[in-house]
Design a protein around this ligand. Structure first.
Ligand SMILES: *Cc1c(COP(=O)(O)O)cnc(C)c1O
Length: 476
């Protein structure tokens, strides 16, 4: 609690970088005449017209239920509808968060059991379900790290982060008050223990590593990395957003991880994208459990209850207990698949990804290692001589009926295209994507100008994304 209260707000701290675009007051973006003064009248429209309107809008969008969405790092897989149905049951949906404990035993049981399952899957000892996103889980984990060293009266102020890291890792570290030091990956795309050893000193609080990392490569030195950190009194934080590759195969807690966050909205059945609710539970080893946010949920053999005690706790990190609907869906998903099913899920995700890679490696450059986990990174650099960039390939794929892969990430790969098919794509759909990717590569060689006009079949054509970011205009 203490730490959060001492926490300086963003306006007065130095953690956030200075604004590098022209500042505009939000309200000035709208003209007065554009702000609605009276409620919108819908009632004069017949239901048929309303349904037509919204159906048309929904068709303008691309989504997971419509087709393949190989957006690397995001695990855009199909989510079973039964999880939605159960989360929408009236007695769960309309549960008031202030209902007395004795009347919400089933809800507490769902939260408790999800926590136990995630602990089992990850090999960790204690958990909070409160954080509302992966990045929020990172912040929570780093505040726990800070509280841990505070309690030991150690003044460690640095977090080490590999050059393959997701952008949220340095952002969360900085937000939690740490300095960041980057470590370079080796030629195989993983961290070398020798490089970690060189970066170690008494200022280092933790190494924050994603595993498998954003190149889709398993950090096979992780046990040795953990040994070096622990020998020097530091912690190993694992970004668990890529857990879709590990379930039932490798448990982070067994390979030296002290803190991990999960992305329930990636791995465990909540549709992801569009800014909907997410959930980023954080699990820790015993030595960190007393710093977890309150309340934690306990079971005394008869009753489930909230435990609000915790004088070392970092305090609450969200209103009430987290994103309950996402928690329900994750629990349904885990119960539905069981231990066997979860392992098969990860195996299939890895097989699908390797199948794509082996059918594309003759057409694109593969900067790191030929074997991948659940995703991989290609480079479109070889087409640059024809004036074709990764962005042109991504835009052309839209015209072919696919969502584009993640492009220009991770930053250490030039013209990067990061592809994650997930386990829910059939062989036919993978073959379709391979065909499209090969066709685009051929066009990039033979008729590069064609790629410059894409997309031409989508509701809007090619946007100036830099301008859209820098000169936000919400009028249309
Ligand atoms: C998605 C992702 C995150 C951030 O998760 P959010 O829920 O979007 O905040 C962090 N790290 C990795 C590796 C990710 O893929």
């Amino acid at each position: 609690m203490k730490l959060l209260c001492n926490y300086k707000s963003s306006s007065e701290n130095n953690y956030t970088p200075a604004l590098d675009v022209k500042e505009k007051p939000l309200l000035k973006l709208f003209e007065n005449s554009e702000i609605r003064k009276t409620p919108m009248k819908f009632s004069h429209l017949p239901e048929r017209e309303v349904v037509k309107h919204f159906t048309k809008l929904s068709e303008m969008n691309y989504h997971v239920d419509k087709g393949m969405y190989p957006l690397g790092s995001c695990t855009m897989k199909y989510n079973p509808k039964v999880a939605e149905d159960i989360a929408n049951l009236n007695n769960l949906l309309n549960l008031h968060p202030e209902t007395p404990e004795s009347e919400i035993q089933s809800a507490l049981k769902i939260m408790f059991c999800l926590g136990e399952s995630l602990k089992e899957i990850s090999g960790m000892d204690a958990i909070t379900l409160q954080p509302l996103a992966g990045s929020h889980g990172e912040l929570t984990g780093l505040l726990i790290t800070r509280a841990y060293f505070h309690s030991k009266k150690e003044n460690r102020n640095t977090v080490l982060i590999p050059d393959t890291a997701h952008g949220t890792n340095p952002a969360s570290s900085s937000r939690a008050g740490f300095k960041i030091k980057e470590i370079k990956s080796n030629k195989n795309g993983i961290l070398d223990p020798k490089d970690l050893e060189k970066s170690m000193n008494e200022d280092v609080a933790a190494l924050m590593i994603t595993n498998p990392n954003t190149l889709g490569v398993f950090e096979s030195n992780i046990k040795e990395l953990s040994r070096i950190l622990h020998k020097n009194g530091a912690l190993l934080y694992m970004d668990g957003a890529n857990l879709n590759a590990l379930m039932g195969i490798s448990r982070p807690g067994d390979i030296g991880v002290d803190i991990i966050h999960f992305n329930l909205h990636k791995t465990f059945a909540t549709p992801h994208g569009g800014g909907g609710p997410g959930s980023g539970p954080v699990a820790v080893k015993n030595h960190l459990s007393k710093f977890l946010p309150v309340p934690t949920i306990e079971f005394d053999g008869k009753k489930y209850k909230f435990n609000w005690r915790g004088k070392n706790s970092i305090g609450k990190v969200s209103t009430f207990y987290g994103a309950f609907s996402v928690i329900i869906k994750a629990y349904v998903y885990i119960k539905l698949l069981g231990a066997e099913g979860l392992r098969l899920t990860s195996e299939q995700a890895i097989i699908n990804s390797n199948y794509l890679l082996s059918n594309l490696e003759d057409k694109y450059d593969i900067p790191y290692k030929k074997n991948c986990m659940h995703e991989f990174v290609l480079s479109a650099s070889k087409f640059k001589k024809n004036g074709v960039r990764a962005l042109d390939i991504a835009k052309t794929l839209l015209d072919m009926g696919y969502h584009a892969p993640t492009v220009y990430f991770p930053l250490i790969v030039a013209e990067a295209m990061m592809i994650e098919p997930t386990e829910t794509e059939s062989k036919e759909s993978l073959d379709g994507f391979i065909k499209a990717m090969r066709q685009v590569a051929k066009q990039a060689e033979e008729n590069p100008n064609l790629l410059k006009n894409s997309p031409s079949t989508t509701p809007v054509g090619r946007l100036d994304e830099v301008k859209a970011n820098r000169e936000l205009n919400v009028r249309w």
